[in-house]
Design a protein around this ligand. Structure first.
Ligand code: GLC
Length: 431
């Protein structure tokens, strides 16, 4: 089917269902002529909270706190797989069948436009949430056509975890700022007896959302972009090629170990924690888990490196949204306020090293003393580049995953993969 941008029409669910592309809807800034107005939040009683698997073990205690205070409005945890694409699929299935099984959804920041445009989630009363205390780019991820459709619960910024003990031993003064330095540092550490057999670098390269993140970060860190300031695909450029070449070349020359083509976040965390990896690109949640592992006290965290200097992360994170098909929405709204409060964000920071949406927490001297990675994380989040903000996010990310994967496993040159991706993204976005 030929896909076109329909700028003159409202972003109604009917148009979306008909397969028409509505990228223009994301940028108009009006309150959404085709959207229903703010929903009425009525009904009290049990609800569910639906999220990817909790790998930190800190979620249930927070829900228990709510349940103790609200015995007649208990929240039950529904855990979906760790893989972001699988979570999205299950949430979409729930919405398409108009099931009331899911109440509050933990939405990846990249899904807001898609879920809002299809009216799978309710527009929220903006004034009831302390958004002014939150980091601006984080709040932006929760908006669609100027309206609030989700509330930031945790942000996410990629960081470089590195073995500070081994770099020191090899006489390296500090963490690498560029990819060339990263490779040089690996060569030095591999000459140490402890460095023998160690792999240099890994991120997340399995064909799933994590690959979209790692691809976009490589492109951004070489001075390229996936989409331009107006949201148009702009990936067939020399800068983007340098970014993808770093990843593809690193697989080829062994900087990235072969098995990393199967890594998601958790696999790569395990590899770093077991002492196999010198450098790891991952999210902040890894910090507190790695502190309880074999590499505790031996690693530190730095900004992602890039081609000519520090790189840029993809903006990650999760926002709470309310399923349009849910019951007990008054309870759900109260639960969302509780779960996205500064106090809860602080407890997730302290228990699971999750990135809080609240600006103040990054500058709190007591917290910074306890969690020395906070300034690096704040910079990572503030400098982070959003992934494409499109209603057809599923199609856009599939195209990115397909082409990036082909370049990494040697099936296509970086140049060919990017030419093909540019065409695919244009098609997906109706341009
Ligand atoms: C993390 C990020 C999320 C991203 C996902 C990719 O959960 O918070 O934004 O899409 O990783 O695997």
């Amino acid at each position: 089917m030929k896909i076109r941008v329909i700028r003159a029409f409202p972003c109604s669910a009917a148009l979306v269902a008909a397969g028409l592309v509505l990228t223009a809807c994301g940028a108009s800034g009006d309150s959404g002529s085709g959207q229903s107005g703010p929903a009425s939040f009525e009904g009290r009683g049990p609800i569910t909270y639906v999220t990817g698997k909790d790998t930190t073990g800190t979620l249930q205690p927070v829900l228990d706190r709510w349940n103790k205070l609200h015995p007649k409005e208990k929240v039950t945890l529904i855990q979906l797989p760790t893989d972001a694409d699988a979570q999205r699929q299950q949430m979409i299935q729930n919405a398409e069948t108009k099931s009331d099984a899911y109440t509050v959804l933990s939405l990846d920041v990249v899904w807001t436009s898609e879920f809002a445009a299809h009216q799978w989630i309710d527009k929220l009363p903006e004034r009831q949430f302390p958004l002014h205390k939150m980091l601006k780019p984080v709040v932006e991820t929760a908006k669609y056509r100027g309206g609030l459709y989700a509330v930031p619960a945790s942000s996410d910024g990629g960081m470089l975890y590195y073995r500070a003990d081994l770099l020191k031993k090899a006489g390296v003064a500090g963490p690498p700022k560029t990819w060339a330095e990263l490779k040089e540092d690996c060569a030095k550490v591999r000459k140490l007896p402890e460095g023998k057999g160690m792999s240099c670098y890994a991120g997340q390269f399995q064909k799933y959302e994590g690959l979209t993140v790692n691809f976009a970060e490589a492109v951004n860190s070489a001075g390229g972009e996936v989409t331009d300031a107006d949201g148009r695909p702009d990936v067939d450029t020399p800068a983007a090629r340098k970014g993808l070449d770093f990843l593809a070349g690193s697989f080829k020359d062994g900087t990235i170990p072969k098995e990393a083509i199967t890594y998601q976040e958790e696999d790569s965390r395990q590899a770093f924690q077991s002492g196999k990896l010198l450098f790891l690109r991952n999210w902040p949640y890894v910090y507190s888990l790695a502190q309880k592992s074999k590499v505790a006290g031996k690693f530190a965290v730095a900004p992602l490196p890039g081609l000519n200097g520090p790189g840029a992360s993809s903006l990650g994170g999760h926002n709470l949204a309310l399923s349009s098909f849910a019951r007990n929405k008054a309870t759900a709204l109260d639960f969302m306020k509780f779960f996205t409060s500064e106090q809860t964000a602080k407890s997730f920071l302290q228990g699971a090293s999750l990135a809080p949406p609240y600006a103040r927490l990054y500058d709190d001297p007591a917290l910074v003393k306890q969690y020395p990675y906070l300034p690096v994380l704040k910079q990572s989040v503030l400098r982070a580049v959003p992934r494409p903000r499109v209603v057809q996010y599923g199609d856009a990310t599939s195209a990115i995953q397909r082409e990036a994967y082909a370049a990494l496993n040697g099936g296509k040159s970086s140049a060919q993969a990017l030419t093909d991706l540019q065409k695919d993204l244009k098609k997906v976005m109706g341009q």
